[in-house]
Design a protein around this ligand. Sequence first.
Ligand code: BEZ
Ligand code: FE
Length: 293
Amino acid sequence: MRNLDEETITQAVLARNADMTDRRLKEVMTSLIQHLHAFARDIKLTEEEWAAGIQFLTEVGHTCNPARQEFILLSDTLGLSTLVTAQNHRKPQGCTEATVFGPFYVDDAPEYELGANVGNGMNGEPCLVSGQVRSITGEVVPGAKLEVWQADAEGFYDVQDPERSCAQGRGTLHADADGRFHFRSIVAQSYPIPHDGPVGRMLDAMGRHPWRPAHLHFMISAPGYETLVTHVFRDGDKYLDSDAVFGVRSSLVADWVRHEAGNTPDGGKSDMPFYTLDFDFVLNPVKPTQANR
Ligand code: BEZ
Ligand code: FE
């Protein structure tokens, strides 16, 4: 195949892939090549812009390390993560909606008993979180596993601090026999996603801010149910309608109620004002075909 030009190059590349045996890979690569070429034609991509794009993606890669996932930030800020979440988690009305995962989950967060303080010394105003895990079919989900994570009052996750000596603001708990859970933490605040790298410069160039509205992350799993990855957002936050990563859903916005210092609902006391958040989660059973796999 020689003498390819702007008219013939796309078909030539697709023809070269004709013998691909992995059918899904073939489908993905065919579509990717077609869309990439269509994009370059559509905007009449110049050589300078092509080089700038390569340089940008190179910097995104170089910014990644075990504590910083710049490619996820890129996907999130371009709305790709929300699109992928939405099309992979269609659920019956009444189930708790999923939202973006974000880059700050770790899979070995410490285990806590119900009632424990997952803040574990993190700075911030106390917050008591409670709720129940139920199924869309009505029954409670006993022993559901809840993994929670959040930023501190300054907007940083523990994993962003290279000096940290222990997990803070994250933990794994198990609901009781009635699907109920409660724990202490600190009240979430809005925070900017990491924006000192290429994605931050991209947002700046596009006239966008990097802020996320205050939220608490949850991953909830139980045998026989689809795992739910979601957040609960704080009502009244000024970034609810301009989340940098497009993750807000109205059904996930809740009232975080402020109380004066005094007795707390878990039978304790707080010598400073504290907040309560009560939020129930509704899981979707896995379809029988999935469950039997
Ligand atoms: C987060 O909420 O932790 C998050 C989500 C997307 C990008 C950055 C942070
Ligand atoms: Fe977050």
